[in-house]
Write a protein that binds this ligand. Structure first.
Ligand code: CP
Length: 320
């Protein structure tokens, strides 16, 4: 259990509750951790003795493995629990599951859950630090942070940068975290997609809406291309996948018409040939795998800060 005052407070449930300064602290603290992830021996003792539970109630490749790498590289002890194979499958509630884990003296819980608000719900009920690894269509804060770090790597300043989020914004927790974070840091944010896949009143979050992807490409410095959430498409949000690709797909032909160099991000997993073509995903504009690399450093930063680590000591303490 951890009640230490940290620059982030007790938990990371989203980017909406954070200030611009808190977001900057996470990004800056990630910088020395990038260096550690590039070393031959990728291990530092900062979280030695801490026990972290990764509670993933939904499928994940990148986020789950990235958190586990981050925890192990900080020398924490980790346990992974999924809905399948745990007593959740017998009907045990989230809070009962967490309280039983608390009874075994844990320090942090990383949670992915299908319900919006699940991480905040848990954070209010257990003394351990809680980190949201994606809750329904609400937020995915570490994905938003790693996207922003990748943008900062390429453009330096975020202020005035034009980032357009393209695709299924309606179902996307990644979109919300990006919007909250980027707007706080002074970027201009656009969204583009079929009206059926844009939340009503999305403009109230401070974004510009584009109905045509060509306009978005002309306007933006970077596109963050979202996965079309095929599992939610039974309600007829788009006429067909082929039609979606024809009208909103990020293709090489469309990128060739961009006025300048356009950076392409995608949080993964990708539907190649639907929201993004392979020659774009694997092409020179793409930083998709750099996002994944940055994800480990961002998660190390968040874990370190929530454990009470001092931002200015991250670099010093990381020396081999
Ligand atoms: N970006 C992301 O959340 O991917 P996973 O679902 O594989 O974790």
């Amino acid at each position: 259990m951890s009640l230490t005052a940290t620059p982030l407070g007790k938990d990371l449930t989203g980017l909406e509750p954070l200030s611009a300064d808190q977001i900057r602290v996470i990004l800056d603290t990630a910088e020395p951790f990038k260096e550690i992830t590039a070393r031959r021996v990728k291990k530092v003792p900062m979280l030695r003795g801490k026990t972290i539970v990764n509670l993933f109630f939904e499928a994940s490749t990148r986020t789950r493995i990235s958190f586990e790498f981050a925890e192990k590289r900080l020398s924490a002890d980790t346990v992974n629990i999924g809905a399948v194979g745990s007593s959740v499958s017998k009907g045990e509630t989230l809070v009962d599951t967490a309280r039983n884990l608390e009874a075994m003296s844990i320090d942090m819980v990383v949670i992915r859950h299908w319900s919006a608000g699940a991480a905040a719900f848990l954070a209010a009920r257990i003394p351990s630090n809680v980190i949201n690894a994606g809750d329904g269509a609400h937020e995915h804060p570490t994905q938003g942070l790693l996207d922003i770090l990748t943008l900062r790597d390429h453009f330096g300043a975020l202020e005035g940068l034009r980032v357009c989020i393209v695709g299924d914004v309606l179902h996307s927790r990644v979109a919300r975290s990006n919007i909250y974070g980027l707007v706080k840091l002074g970027a201009e944010v656009g969204v583009c997609g079929p009206r059926t896949l844009l939340p009503a009143a999305i403009e109230e979050l401070g974004v510009t809406v584009f109905g045509h992807v060509e306009e978005a490409i002309e306007w933006a410095d970077a596109l963050n291309v979202l996965r079309l959430q095929l599992e939610r498409m039974q309600d007829g949000f788009v006429p067909s996948l082929r039609e979606y690709n024809r009208v909103f797909g990020i293709t090489r032909q469309r990128l060739e018409r961009a006025p300048g160099r356009l950076l392409i991000l995608h949080p993964g997993p990708m539907n190649r040939g639907v929201e993004i073509d392979s020659d774009v995903a694997d092409g020179p504009h793409s930083v998709i795998l750099q996002q994944v690399t940055n994800g480990v450093a961002i998660r190390m930063s968040v874990l370190y800060l929530l454990a009470g680590g001092a931002p200015h000591l991250a670099g010093a303490a990381s020396s081999p």
